[in-house]
Design a protein around this ligand. Structure first.
Ligand code: ADP
Ligand code: NA
Length: 320
């Protein structure tokens, strides 16, 4: 196993946001200096809920291009669906997973409650996630709270497989991710900004400056008009706190700002300046789609090489 191997997948379930940039893409870029990184577009995971093929295709293309534009080109970039080992190992792991334990996953219970008709893949999603991880034999996997239960399932499945069929998988340690900024929704600062949430409170990475300005201008603050209104307090001033954190994370400074109007102007400027080089690079890359698809094609090839021995060992251990 490779001690410094890192794996992250992003699901093309919407348009990447400022939250994804500060909380995921930035740390992913930084990690490239100290680890061999595999960064994937988990397009199979996007199929667990219904969406039109055209919308999915557009999201995959946009996200693929954005990962390159965000400076992740020192990594192996790939699309999950272009590495068949993911789906194949997922099936093999379904043969050690039980419907009982999958039905107990909190995310499945929450998401399936909101739907009339639930896709089987929503139930088996954490098994595919286990395959995504175990194929690359990372020793450590940084996961946030929302994925902790799925990561524990990954460990359970790996251990159960090893006990039943022989030592095939490296059982990864779960580590706490390096704290990036947690960006909250501008319209509802008590929930996180999300690519799969409502558009009004989320700044998309490709939003032009006037759209950024409008969204920030409409950001929820509070009715405090005192001389110390512009200050952080997560409990009582979530909207203002979020704006201050975005400002700082985007290289701005709250020094001398005393009104919400001035704060919003400063946040707009900082976000627009943060996104400008990314958007310029995106436009260059979008003009050369062959280069982008070639990058992902060769990335998938590298992934096939890396994962082939693990898949072969699992197949053989099971008697195939
Ligand atoms: P989303 O809710 O935007 O669909 P995901 O839950 O798919 O995002 O997470 C993708 C990555 O982006 C994860 O690494 C997650 O920690 C990070 N991320 C998502 N939203 C935010 C946010 N609002 N602030 C910081 N990081 C975020
Ligand atoms: Na999400």
């Amino acid at each position: 196993s490779t001690p410094s191997r890192r794996l992250s997948l992003l699901t093309p379930s919407g348009r990447l946001t400022l939250g994804n940039l500060l909380g995921a893409l930035r740390p992913m870029r930084a990690a490239q200096a100290g680890a061999e990184c595999f960064y994937g577009i988990s397009d199979l995971h996007a199929l667990t809920t219904p969406r039109s093929p055209d919308v999915l295709r557009a999201a995959i293309t946009e996200q693929s291009t954005l990962l390159l534009a965000a400076g992740l080109d020192a990594s192996t970039l790939f699309r999950q669906s272009q590495v068949p080992a993911h789906a194949e190992l997922s099936y093999l792991l379904e043969c050690v997973a039980t419907t009982g334990e999958l039905g107990r996953m909190i995310q499945f219970k929450e998401k399936s409650r909101r739907q009339q008709s639930v896709r089987t893949s929503l139930l088996t999603y954490p098994v595919l996630m286990a395959a995504d991880i175990l194929l690359y034999r990372p020793t450590h996997v940084p996961v946030g709270d929302d994925q902790r239960q799925h990561m524990e399932l990954t460990r359970d499945l790996a251990l159960r497989f090893n006990t039943t069929y022989g030592e095939v998988f490296t059982v990864p340690e779960i580590t706490v991710p390096t704290a990036g900024a947690r960006v909250m929704d501008l319209a509802d600062p008590t929930s996180k900004m999300s690519k799969s949430g409502p558009d009004a409170g989320a700044i998309a990475l490709l939003d032009p400056p006037d759209v950024v300005r409008r969204k920030v201008a409409r950001a929820v603050t509070d009715s405090d008009t005192g001389p110390a209104a512009v200050r952080s307090d997560r409990e009582t001033k979530p909207g203002v706190t979020n704006l201050l954190e975005i400002l700082t994370a985007c290289g701005g400074s709250p020094e001398g700002i005393t009104t919400y109007g001035a704060l919003k102007a400063a946040v707009t400027d900082a976000v627009v300046a943060e996104l400008a080089p990314l958007q310029a690079r995106y436009r260059e890359l979008a003009a050369d789609p062959v280069h982008v698809s070639e990058t992902y094609r060769s990335g998938a090839e590298r992934c096939r090489e890396v994962t082939a021995p693990v898949l072969a060992a699992a197949r053989t251990a099971m008697g195939l």
